[in-house]
Design a protein. Sequence first.
Length: 244
Amino acid sequence: MTSKGALAPLKDEEEERDQFNRAGILETNVGRVRRKGNEANRRMRRRTFEVDISKLESEGDFPCPKCGVIISPDDESEETYTILDTKGDEDSIEEVVIQCKKCGSVIQLKGFVELEEIELESTVKISEPQTGSQPGFRTIHTISLEDKEVGRVVVEYLQKEDVKAFSKIHRDLKAGDAFQARIFIDSSGTTIDQLGNEGLAEIVKALKRRAKSLRERDIFIVTVEGSRERLIGRAEDLIQELTD
């Protein structure tokens, strides 16, 4: 007959073997899950494509890089795709991530900024600095809308001695950055009313792309009537009217 003292070591050995076996099974399961996750990640990477919409022709439709189904970014019904993510701000979109509903491929749509620049350049043009400009201090440019000159813009640049003053009003600018601009529209040609708010907004947008440190509130609209100049207001108010 086996004593209780003799059975105790056998019981301990069995418990150790059970723990060892459970640990082995757990490690195997964890390894299997990791392999599946890695395979899923690899499949996802393989199914991710990039499309530059600034290089597309016609209406901007394009075939899914994997299955070929035609995708139209202008199709708000999203019958062929789903929007996963949008990157950018209120002024412009930088990237849109979509997923093809037919094959599940993830597609990164890029080139929005370049496309907007192309569209702006075709309608609004701001010239290089003209006669009377003082680079780094003040520059004068002509403004053309659809190849017709409609006015001029004067851009002011921050000087070294003024940097500290601007830092006190929480403007993160350095010497040489544009800090203010005035857009002059000559009423003897194309008037403010003829341009309308949308036309002025396009000019403001083109100016901001040229002088990236400018904000809408830093840009003033001025109408010229003979020898008289009349302040219309800030571009910020103009943009606000369009979005209300």
